[in-house]
Design a protein around this ligand. Structure first.
Ligand code: ATP
Length: 136
């Protein structure tokens, strides 16, 4: 199966480096899928699940906002945060969700509101990808 070189970086670590057959990532317009040979492009990512196909197996990872540079033979994803489901602490995500929901109920500045919305989105994605299985 043909592949491209995939690099996924966060400020904390190299989350993934290796060959992949496909990747799909969340954007404001929905899932954006990339196969080998894709035309060069830069795409902005929103919070959501990355779907990465390696060796014929597709896995999800929780991702927060960032951007992707696509070339025919390589894809580089730069994100604030990324986690495989098995590395996610569900209780922490539940707590973050409660905290974000509480913050959204408070009267606040636009910036605080945006931060709370983004925190809620990250928590929801973490809870979703740890629920098990890829939803079609
Ligand atoms: P919290 O309030 O629980 O810290 P947060 O939304 O403020 O959540 P982030 O800024 O999204 O946290 O992430 C900070 C770091 O913690 C990143 O390295 C991220 O991968 C990690 N992280 C955040 N939440 C979880 C979680 N539930 N399980 C595992 N790692 C997490």
């Amino acid at each position: 199966m043909s592949a491209f070189h995939l690099t996924i970086l966060t400020p904390e670590h190299a989350f993934f480096e290796g060959d992949a057959e496909a990747i799909a990532f969340p954007t404001v317009d929905g899932l954006f899928g990339v196969l080998p040979g894709h035309q060069p492009e830069v795409v902005i990512l929103t919070e959501g699940a990355l779907r990465i196909t390696i060796g014929g197996v597709t896995r999800e990872a929780a991702a927060s906002d960032g951007f992707v540079t696509i070339l025919p033979e390589s894809v580089t994803v730069i994100l604030q945060t990324a986690e495989w489901p098995e590395d996610i602490d569900r209780r922490r995500a539940e707590e973050a969700r409660r905290e974000a929901e509480e913050a959204l109920r408070q009267r606040q500045s636009q910036r605080e509101y945006a931060l709370a919305k983004s925190m809620l989105a990250r928590a929801m994605v973490r809870l979703r990808v740890t629920k098990g299985g890829i939803r079609k």
